[in-house]
Design a protein around this ligand. Structure first.
Ligand SMILES: [Zn+2]
Ligand SMILES: [Zn+2]
Length: 404
């Protein structure tokens, strides 16, 4: 590399005005080949780092992310470099022409972009030999400008994949559907373009891996699901979302007053419903209503609203901070989920007169908040020792397995 660098220094020292026209043209030709070779070497090096996941060494989540962060590469350039390197592995003739400097990065990308896994599978099905295709396209690229090469590639695509388009990377179609099942569960299905998927993956990855509590036994898919919900809750709480019809976006829960006040809701009693997802069981309604950032609508026996509780983000913020400082993490026995994963649970539900105060509040992660409402567990703080105790639905205490 140092020799390359000193050669470049020599090059920079040449007085171009002194050169004859013939010599300056020679130089331009020479440099074009050199630039192609350097681009090929860069693509190979990126591929080598990508294959062995070297980016993890610097804490990056992907090779593209590393190129953007550490080399300040434009996102589309990073994507193209990584993808070209990957696909060139199956195209030795094109790779060799690129490495020789005989074809440019533009030629290489026109060919590799067309070689999507789907098309390669179709070509194999149709009995088209990839080695032969590679040889023909590499020879075409060596002899023509990118525009003509693209024409040849297009002809190959038309033969293999008549419905396809040449430019897959420019295909930014995205779709996402959310559908509620019979039991109120929500099914998520969707498809993203590579760049869009990268954004979603990076955001979920940060939420999944940042501050992961010790002994977390959730599967990858479960953590990813939790991260998606945390992403939405963070956006709603952070107030960064646009207003909808002049109102801050929020989650709205409608609860029947009797279901809310019952010590434990009777089976079969309709509990409440969410603005979009529909009916939910009474315990879930009580849990959601426990959180001050949710708008709650309480209905009487006739189904008409008795009271609409506004989301009280600001007044409860100071109380929440005080509770975070006192509890430090989820207070459920054996859990150390950090405050940003936690709701402030009302130990005595506000429907029973429990105030929104430091004394009546406890940090509970979403899972343990669910254990307390839907699962029937309870938590109590010993006012003498200041320690939290967790009790099973039957009343026996969940004792810590380690420590005092
Ligand atoms: Zn609660
Ligand atoms: Zn917890």
């Amino acid at each position: 590399m140092s020799e390359l660098r000193s050669a470049l220094d020599d090059l920079a020292a040449i007085d171009l005005e002194e050169l004859s026209s013939d010599a300056v043209l020679d130089l331009v030709g020479e440099l074009t080949v050199t630039a192609n070779r350097v681009a090929a070497a860069l693509t190979s090096a990126v591929r080598a780092a990508d294959r062995r996941e070297a980016y993890r060494h610097d804490g990056a989540l992907s090779m593209k992310a590393w190129l953007r962060g550490s080399c300040r590469m434009a996102p589309e350039e990073a994507t193209a470099t990584v993808s070209t390197g990957r696909r060139l592995e199956q195209l030795p003739e094109t790779a060799a022409a690129f490495a020789d400097g005989a074809i440019s990065v533009a030629h290489a990308r026109i060919i590799t972009k067309a070689m999507t896994p789907k098309r390669l599978a179709k070509a194999a099905e149709a009995g088209i030999d990839l080695g032969e295709t590679d040889g023909i396209l590499a020879a075409l690229a060596r002899a023509t400008a990118p525009k003509e090469t693209a024409r040849g590639v297009k002809a190959w695509v038309a033969g293999v994949d008549p419905d396809g388009t040449l430019d897959d990377a420019a295909d930014v179609r995205r779709s996402l559907t959310l559908a509620t099942g019979l039991d109120g569960r929500v099914f998520v299905r969707g498809e993203l373009d590579p760049a869009g998927g990268e954004y979603v993956h990076a955001a979920l990855g940060a939420l999944m891996n940042g501050d992961r509590p010790a002994g977390d036994v959730r599967s990858h898919a479960e953590r990813q699901g939790d991260a998606l919900v945390a992403l939405a809750r963070g956006a709603l709480d952070g107030g960064s979302l646009p207003d909808v019809r002049g109102e801050r976006p929020h989650v709205r829960v409608t609860i029947d007053w009797f279901a809310l006040c019952a010590e434990r809701a009777a089976l079969g009693v309709s509990g409440g419903s969410l603005g979009w997802a529909g009916p939910i069981n009474p315990e879930t309604a009580r849990r959601l209503a426990c959180d001050a950032s949710v708008v709650r609508i309480i209905t009487g026996p006739d189904g008409l609203p008795l009271d609409v509780g506004r989301a009280q983000r600001t007044s409860s913020a100071a109380i929440r901070r005080a509770i975070e400082i006192r509890d430090e993490h989820c207070v459920f026995a054996g859990c150390d989920a950090p405050p940003e994963w936690c709701d402030v649970h009302h130990v005595i539900h506000w429907a029973h007169g429990g105030p929104t105060s430091c004394g009546n509040g406890a940090l509970l992660c979403e899972r343990h908040h669910t254990s307390c409402h839907e699962g029937g567990f309870t938590i109590r703080r010993d006012s003498g020792t200041g320690r939290w105790h967790t009790y099973r639905p039957g009343g026996t205490e969940v004792l810590s397995r380690a420590g005092p």
